[in-house]
Design a protein around this ligand. Sequence first.
Ligand code: BES
Ligand code: MN
Ligand code: MN
Length: 463
Amino acid sequence: LHQSLVAAIDPAAASAIPFAVVTRDNWEEVAARIGAPATAFARAQGFDGKAGTSVVLPSPEGGVAAVLAGHPEGGDPFSPAKGVTSLPAGLYRLEPGSADPSATLLGLLLGLYAFTRYKGKSEARDIRFVVPDGVDGGEVGRQADAVAFARDLVNTPANDLGPAELEAAARAWAARMRASFNSIVGDDLLAQNFPLIHAVGRASSRPPRLIDITWGETFRPKVTLVGKGVCFDTGGLNIKPDAGMLLMKKDMAGAATALAAAQMIIEAKLPVRLRVLIPAVENAISGSAFRPGDVIPSRKGLSVEIGNTDAEGRLVLADALALADEEEPDLLLDFATLTGAARVALGPDLPPAYTDDEDLAAALVATGQSVNDPVWRMPLWKRYESMLDSKVADINHISGGSYAGSVTAALFLRRFVERAKSWAHFDIFGWTPVARPGRPEGGEPQTARLVLSLVRQRYGASA
Ligand code: BES
Ligand code: MN
Ligand code: MN
């Protein structure tokens, strides 16, 4: 399942092909360095150091003399990665320049990712990079690999990644991470009081489960990551129309994001006690499906009226968050492809982040920006809380109206978090609909690298 991008980092710099990140500011200087004929060749192809333009310069022997990749000042730090997969095979080294070499290398590695599981023969070229001076190649490679792992999970279709297969992948992952693993499957969810996870998953012939992974010394700060693991979302009895269902293999992107973030935290050996909780279900349709109008108990004790079976994500998260909350974690974060409304508000590239913790909110926005994994704060708007009132139960899980869908989903989740010292919810898209540099079309663990950076800032050892 898992494609290594670390292999694309090569320590042997000697014969490497120069790869120059060109800004409008350093273009004249680069032009002087490569000489007049090469500069004329580049100019003839319209290259002027602008974003998204690049040019491969030939050597007299018919090889590649150098690559110039345009990058705008203050633009997407991954923009030099545009077109990286169509570079000629070879070993490249980043020329010293004004751009952030660590971000450039990460973008290049992330841009090399391809989902090849179902392709007969690989068309991938052997493209490698020398680690530039001052860049921690191990760290960059580990981050790229964690992202690739998550992308593979999201890109794998639901016929090959149901709840059991997601559990198997998480179990194998936990073994690699030397983390402890537990899962509660099928009717045991009822016996152990996870009625909402069971209700959402019970219609599928592939039983629901709650995956629970822990790593790190128990006396460390407790960081818990909860990821929505809906392996396929038909909408249930409130069935989705064709266009809405087409991409729903990605409805476990929250789970993949939690695993990717956890992998980066573990491999960076950050001094925390980490826990990953994944409610893994398939929101399917059968005679045993839960229904609109049903009232279902929850782990927390609140009775929940089902307004729409397509709002399944918040239900499985509610029980998982309630469990997470029981041990009063220092930091509780959840990741979920929760609402279409989040995309209406902010589009596919900028996930909303929700928290009541002002310091955390500021840190999330700043950190996301600095590691090119951005979020935008949205409000847990108190006066919308009444939209979740139910006439028959303690709470309705959706709002009756059609406004503020991402906000009301977040407000619903908040009802299940009381004791955690700090909680944030990310309503991610989990998918890149149109390829961008460093972000091939397909699954994307949005906010995973942000979380690594946040946890490192908060709890990382100074030594
Ligand atoms: N998984 C979907 C939300 C989603 C859809 C995320 C498309 C990303 C892309 C979620 O389970 C869902 O169906 N939400 C409903 C909630 C509604 C019924 C209140 C939605 O957003 O339409
Ligand atoms: Mn749904
Ligand atoms: Mn869903």
